[in-house]
Design a protein around this ligand. Sequence first.
Ligand SMILES: *Cc1c(COP(=O)(O)O)cnc(C)c1O
Length: 378
Amino acid sequence: MKVPLLDLKSQYQAIKEEILSVTREVYESQNFILGPKVAALEEEIAGYCGTKHAIGVSSGTDALLISLMAAGIEPGDRVITTPYTFFATAGSVARTGAIPVFADIDPVSYNISPAAVEKVISNMNREEIKSLRAIIPVHLYGQCADMGPILEIAARYHLTVIEDAAQAIGSGYRGNRAGSLGDYGCFSFFPSKNLGAFGDGGMVTTNSETFYEKLRVLRVHGSDPKYYHRLIGGNFRLDALQAAIVSVKLKHLESWTEARRENAARYRTLFSDMDLDRRIQIPAENQDRHIYNQFVISVPEKRDALRKYLQEAGIGSEIYYPVPLHLQECFSYLNGKKGDFPVAEHAALHTLALPVYPELTADQQACVVEKIRAFFGV
Ligand SMILES: *Cc1c(COP(=O)(O)O)cnc(C)c1O
């Protein structure tokens, strides 16, 4: 039985008519840039995330970059984030000229550890602390970072909090949704995210009127009014076509998320029926709402051999992420070295994402678990 890591075609089949009808509307209007479809989606996303505002942008990466720009991050500033995330989180920091400062992750949630953040700050000299401007917690795999202590640290050092919620639309933290906890919430509509466009797209959420206005201006090259530039912005616009498609998909998001959560629960049952405890670790349960953009197991031994075995059996899996950011070649100027962030390095060597997409069937899941059992011979 073939089990892909993600099956976007089957999702498309279920909503095809709705999609074709809204995209036709956009073609007929010949209104492709911003406009009513984007404005409508912004209102829907703000409502969904529980924020006052949302602003459509060109990608999740641009959501991060424009938020950093709106926060006034400048060359030489320091921004704390996790070394265990998709490249764009720290890449965006570096593109503003600021210095990414990494803090290790929690071994259970894989999210940035507030205790590690405290430790990193306590090792800084006065000049470095003075240059600290922002922190970017990433809600990795669809689970919110431990925002309570993070917000407390941010308040103490007057840091802007930019949530990288690219993998976490609809996830919860103490009754609030991802994107509503910090100053800015950054979302991605990359096709493999839980709410994916038919191309690139993103969104920034905020509760601040001031930040919202600045984001709006920065999105169109900093022009306000047209052709008068108070700020240097960029082309960070979301397409009307993508917005129309994402609006259609947003109506289904809750049911897709529930299906992902049910699939995660089914994995728990299937794995608990087998004596795999010492071979793999499954994600810990947490009272806050996890939306399972990925279902990531940890494999203490033979992770790469397991992945190859699954691949040969027709089962998709992926390693997110094989190289922590402090060890990426392009960040060698930061002088990161092996051993700096042992928890992130351990995760990079041992984690494996299994299929958990909403359309996955119970039979397919049983097959995934059976193959893992067979691999370990238990
Ligand atoms: C996908 C992703 C991004 C970037 O989003 P794009 O839309 O691909 O630019 C940023 N951060 C994280 C954690 C992501 O998973």
